[in-house]
Every structure is written in C-alpha cells, then in structure tokens.
Ligand binder design. Structure first.
Ligand code: PXP
Length: 245
C-alpha cells in the first residue's frame, strides 16, 4: 500500500494571490522526502488549480509514482501522452462542481472509452485507472475495458454521518475491492480521506494499492507542516493491520 499526495490545493493557495508560491512542485518534493510514494494532480479543463506548466514541472521533479487525474477529453489525452505519467486516473468532471462529485457511470462512458480513450494509450506505457463507486456493474465494465486499475471513490464513506452509514459503506468498498482484485485490476482508493477515517478503511478493505489524499492533508499541513503531516498519514498506513480477506 502506498500514499500518493494530491497537490492540487497547494496550487489553489498559490493561485489565490497569483504569486509563484506555494509551489505544488516544491510541495511534491517535500512529500516525497517525507516518505510519500508519489504525487497526484488533477489538471482540470478550467485550470482552477494545477496549470499545464505545473504538470510538466511535476513530471521533471517527481521521482515516485506520478498519477495524472483527468477528464477523458481529447485535450487531456494529448497532454497526458506528452507528459507520460505512470498512471492516468479518469474521472468525471463538471464545470460547476467544487470537487469531483462521484465516480464514472461506466454504462454511460463504456462505448466512448472502448472506441476512443483506451485505444489512444495502446502504444504507451501509461497505466489506466478508472475512478468509480463500489458498484458491481461499474467494476465489471472496468474489467471488460481492460483497465489496469480502479480507484474506489471513498467520498460516500467519508461523508457518512452515522456509524451505521460508515459501516455500510466500508462493506461496499470491501466487496468492490475484492471483486476488482479477482478480476485482475489494481485497487486504488481516494476522496475525502483524513487522519480519522483512514484507519478503518485500511483495516477493513483488502488489496489497497495507491491511497490518494489531498485536501485534508494539505489542510492539516497548515498547522503541522507538510513533512510531519505526511508522516502522520504514513504512520496510520504502516501501523494498521490490513485485512487480506
Ligand atoms: N481521487 C480522486 C479521483 C479525486 O478526484 C480527488 C479529489 O481531487 C482525490 C482522490 C483526493 O480527494 P481529497 O482531496 O478529498 O483527498
């Protein structure tokens, strides 16, 4: 299991004043030095946080896994192929949303992904991950497409208001992880994870590979520093006994 830090909101803070700091690339370097296994960024159509230039600089400076989160537009396909990250994570994206609001509806995107998106990466070494909710049918369709990985959307779990709701979501995530693993895909997870809800996820959900964490980590870093915060998340991942079943 590895921690990938999403540096989008370092760029949000930078863009608030139009200055060159804080720099998401410098933050990425601090995260890697603190033990993170890689970096995630989401280049959105509207460039509200990460800019195209950041992407090229991240490619140059990140040593671990580089995960390029993106909508499957022709523009993003072109940029991602030029940048050649280790992994692209395809997400739904709408202009009005504050953040990614849910996983891909695989039934809706299936034909387009099969005919346009997946063939675009055939001649590359870039792995493809699909950001989806833990639904049986969506996971099935991801495997049919030949996806290398899925990223389980943990936002519903993170936002569940009752203990019962949280347990129900953990059960769904667990079933989704097992299904995806049995179908031969890597299992990543992310969205809304923080220092409180990470441990139960790691305890209950098997086969987790990349854990992608952004907003809560960057927020906590304002109080405790980026280095210390990354180490706190890593400590949880390393000291929690992960289920294998
Ligand atoms: N994974 C995906 C696919 C996302 O869209 C996001 C948000 O950009 C994250 C993980 C990270 O979520 P958060 O910022 O809530 O940790």
């Amino acid at each position: 299991m590895q921690l990938l830090v999403n540096v989008d909101h370092v760029a949000t803070l930078r863009n608030a004043r139009g200055e060159g700091y804080p720099d998401p690339v410098e933050a990425a370097e601090v995260c890697e030095q603190a033990g993170a296994s890689g970096i995630v960024f989401h280049l959105r159509k509207d460039r509200r946080h990460i800019k195209t230039d950041d992407v090229h600089r991240l490619k140059k400076h990140v040593n671990g896994t580089l995960d390029f989160e993106m909508a499957a537009t022709n523009e993003m396909i072109k940029i991602s192929k030029a940048v050649a990250p280790d992994l692209i994570t395809l997400v739904p994206e709408s202009r009005e949303e504050l953040t990614t609001e849910g996983g891909l509806d695989m039934e809706v995107v299936y034909d387009d992904f099969k005919n346009r998106v997946f063939p675009a990466y055939i001649d590359t070494d870039i792995a493809i991950s699909l950001f989806i909710d833990p639904n049986e049918e969506d996971i099935e369709l991801a495997a049919e497409l030949g996806s290398d990985a899925i990223e389980l959307h943990t936002g519903t779990y993170a936002n569940a208001e009752t203990e019962e709701g949280k347990q129900k979501e953990l059960d769904r995530l667990k079933a989704g992880a097992k299904q995806a693993h049995e179908l031969g895909m890597k299992v990543n997870a992310g969205h809304g994870l923080n220092l409180d809800n990470l441990r139960p996820l790691v305890e209950r959900v098997p086969h987790l590979h990349d854990i992608s964490i952004g907003h809560a980590l960057v927020s906590s870093a304002l109080y405790h520093g980026l280095d210390e915060t990354v180490q706190k998340f890593l400590h949880i991942m390393r000291t929690t006994k992960q289920t294998t079943t």
